[in-house]
Design a protein around this ligand. Structure first.
Ligand SMILES: NC(=O)C1=CN([C@@H]2O[C@H](COP(=O)(O)OP(=O)(O)OC[C@H]3O[C@@H](n4cnc5c(N)ncnc54)[C@H](O)[C@@H]3O)[C@@H](O)[C@H]2O)[C@@H](O)CC1
Ligand SMILES: Nc1ncnc2c1ncn2[C@@H]1O[C@H](COP(=O)(O)OP(=O)(O)O)[C@@H](O)[C@H]1O
Ligand SMILES: [K+]
Length: 506
């Protein structure tokens, strides 16, 4: 599992390393600079063959310090290097100042104005890293100039640690800084561990490609509350050879009325494909014919109302429930959701099942329990947790927002997006990032969320714990989309799952 850390956690690790005496701040800065130059040459091997012209933009903190190291090392590789500084050299922190002075023995340092980038093959953004605390102003001209590349795609822009203007924690532009005032990089090189902001919100688009360089801090532990990148539990996904269908659980998906069954059918198909032993779709009597015409392996049950549902759920073999996809905003929706949750089975509450409680979220929280997974998209999230959604708009990280929501709901919450975040009430959290080499833009298609709800339900039926089910399902969902590629529609997701599982199981 890849750990992701925050800027504060990185500072804690750095401090622990320096106070332990095994390394100095100056040595860490040297390793960071060396790591950036190595990553540049790895990304563009031609840059290591023949020197070119580089501009290094240094800021007023230690990110700028890394920049002075990079300038010196590029010069040693035969590059012609121009260095610009934002701020007063006298106020640089000690390690950055030492590297500034060292650079001054080789070349000039210009104030950051309007550098001429046309002739540069490489621009290094060492203006602000993890220490950016407020809205960035005054970088507009520089940032805009960097966006106008030559026909050959030069200059290549390399961000040190994080593109300047972006929060290393939230992946958003700090203090609502204008996007045009921020650096967009071709390559971002960070140190020790990726930061949450590299994967959240605008992070991936601003970073370009992301490389993490080892700077020798592995002996200093990642804090326990670190977030990780979601991954599948591959071993748990295998089916035992001696098991029968009831060993893999019975999932029950509640369906909407006539003409509104597509979403629930997608969820049911997803639950079956991911390995639930049996899947039943429960629909109003009037919709039986419609569903019977569409389903084969998925079974059908009549559910006239909440009482009928409670009766069906007396079958204790039904061990995972999915409520919400296509359920509609009928008056009885709340009652049906409550009936599902009062059955105290592992449950996924999605879509209309969430929106039904927009005017009374507490009525939902009251019946939720620890075996539930809520799967809102941003709109549904804002309806249930309006105050937390406001914090999110004000700059709180998506991880913190989802942790807070999960604690309030007393259930696992999965907040969708290209940067899906999953958290437990106790504060465990992961990001399922459809970004960088795992980007899955074709997943933005109607019904994709219904299939995800079905995948989670199917894994719950198979006995996965809620957090593990949500994490594995979200990862498989993105992998299905990537495996299918262009032209994906939601019906394809369950159908491509077998090939994804085959690949996983080698
Ligand atoms: N933490 C670590 O272990 C390591 C950190 N290193 C580097 O150090 C960086 C962090 O250094 P710092 O903490 O000095 O932070 P930064 O260099 O990111 O910036 C801090 C400086 O910027 C100023 N500032 C913040 N927001 C501003 C704004 N909007 N406008 C103008 N000035 C603003 C602050 O007052 C401070 O002077 C990392 O990003 C990384 O590049 C590396 O040297 C390697 C090791
Ligand atoms: N650009 C994107 N990249 C990756 N995944 C995406 C993207 N946009 C949406 N998704 C995923 O697609 C699904 C959409 O779900 P949802 O918004 O509920 O749609 P629907 O209700 O139509 O099923 C979610 O799992 C979400 O994480
Ligand atoms: K930077």
């Amino acid at each position: 599992m890849t750990d992701l850390i925050t800027a504060a956690q990185m500072r804690g690790i750095e401090l622990a390393a320096i106070t332990s005496g095994v390394v100095t701040g100056l040595e860490l800065m040297e390793r960071a600079g060396r790591g950036v130059v190595a990553a540049i040459f790895e990304e563009w091997p031609e840059f290591a063959q023949s020197g070119g012209r580089a501009v290094v933009l240094c800021g007023p903190g230690n990110n700028g310090g890394d920049g002075f190291v990079i300038a010196r090392l590029l010069r040693e590789w035969g590059w012609e290097v121009e260095v610009c500084l934002w701020g007063d050299p006298a106020r640089l922190p000690p390690d950055a100042k030492a590297n500034y002075e060292r650079w001054c023995t080789f070349g000039a340092v210009h104030p950051l104005g309007e550098p001429v980038f046309e002739a540069a093959e490489l621009v290094v953004d060492a203006l602000f890293g993890t220490g950016l605390t407020r809205k960035l102003e005054g970088l507009e001209k520089t940032a805009l100039a960097l966006k106008g590349k030559s026909a050959a795609g030069f200059p290549k822009v390399v961000a040190v640690d994080v593109p300047s203007g972006l929060s290393a924690d939230s992946g958003r532009y700090v203090g609502e800084t204008d996007v045009d005032a921020c650096i967009s990089a071709d390559l971002t090189v960070s140190f020790h561990r990726a930061k949450t902001g590299h994967y959240l919100a605008d992070g991936p688009a601003a970073c370009g490609r992301l490389v993490i360089e080892d700077i020798g801090l592995d002996a200093f532990c990642v804090p326990e509350e670190a977030v990780c990148l979601a991954g599948p539990n591959v071993e748990r996904l295998q089916k035992r050879g001696d098991a029968h269908k009831f060993s893999h659980g019975h999932a029950f998906v509640l369906c909407g009325g006539v003409g509104h069954g597509g979403a629930a059918r997608l969820a049911a198909r997803g639950a079956l494909r991911i390995g639930a032993g049996l899947v039943t779709l429960g629909c109003p009597p009037a919709a039986i014919l419609e569903n019977a015409c569409q389903l084969n392996a998925v079974m059908l049950a009549r559910v006239a109302d909440g009482a009928g549902l409670t009766e069906i759920l007396e079958d204790s073999r039904i061990n995972a429930l999915c409520v919400g996809p296509g359920l509609g905003s009928r008056a009885e929706t709340r009652g049906l959701v409550r009936a599902v949750l009062l059955a105290r089975r592992a449950s996924v509450v999605d879509a209309d099942g969430l929106s039904a409680f927009a005017t009374a979220p507490a009525d939902l929280f009251e019946v939720l329990h620890e075996a539930c997974v809520l799967t809102p998209h941003a709109g549904e999230f804002a309806r249930l947790f309006p105050d937390i959604a406001e914090h999110l708009s004000a700059g709180c990280t998506k991880v913190d927002a989802v942790r807070e929501a999960a604690a309030r709901a007393g259930s696992v919450v999965l907040l969708k997006g290209a940067d899906t975040v999953i958290a437990t009430p106790e504060g465990r959290a992961c990001i399922n990032a459809a970004a960088y080499e795992c980007a899955a833009p074709w997943l933005a298609t109607a019904g994709a969320g219904d299939v995800l709800a079905g995948f989670i339900t199917g894994l719950l039926a198979r006995g996965f714990a809620p957090y593990e089910a949500a994490q594995t399902a979200a990862w498989l969902h993105v992998d299905c989309a990537r495996t299918f590629g262009a032209g994906l529609i939601s019906e394809d997701l369950p159908e491509v799952l077998p090939s994804v599982l085959r690949r996983l199981h080698g």
